[in-house]
Design a protein around this ligand. Sequence first.
Ligand SMILES: [Fe+2]
Ligand SMILES: [Fe+2]
Length: 237
Amino acid sequence: MRAAHDAATKPSASFVLSSMRDQAPGPHADFSGAIDLLDWDEFAGAVAQLQRSVPAALSRDSFSLLLVKQEAHENSGTEIIGYVADTVLNPRHRAMMKRHAADESRHSRVFLALRRLITSDASVAAVAKKEPDPFLARYQGDLASFLWDTHFAEISSIFYLDTVRRAVTHPQQAIRRKIDAALARVIADERRHVASTASILSDLFRDDPLMVARMQASFSDYVHAVREQAERRTAEH
Ligand SMILES: [Fe+2]
Ligand SMILES: [Fe+2]
């Protein structure tokens, strides 16, 4: 079984909690209890729909288009997570979020490198950045809701990228191996992001009486967003 699926074959509370296994301090009891209340079958159904948007065998053109979207997505993550990190006072949380933002920046470069690799064209340009991201003007300092959104996005991303990883085709084995190794590394980072966002959220549970409401609102919004994304991506391929 692939690394991304070593705890579960679909998103679940146990997937989140096992991702956190190596975190210190471990999850707060309120966090573990709350995450268990979510309708993970609903989430897994939306993610499965997104996974089905990936063709079983990705053509070079489809993969290239997908890499462009992923690169833009990582650029946005880098900017937004870095921005929010700068507003965080807790030094441990801030350091985790800074590392998270740096990872997303590296992912953006990895996806560009893969595009250059599969097109054999080292001059392929990076995706132009739209700056500033509109989120920055909207952010009102609700760190918990932001982190829930990010947390659910990271979970979905792991399963989506793992499906992409299985669907990649290329006539040269050496290139297939490079693509596979690069995607495996990105997926491992996203798994760490699941753990780091969960770890901060677990800490925030101690002081925020609205945490369960924030979690449930973010969860519902995210399930809806994944279904919309799946419909868009299915239409694109
Ligand atoms: Fe990423
Ligand atoms: Fe991530």
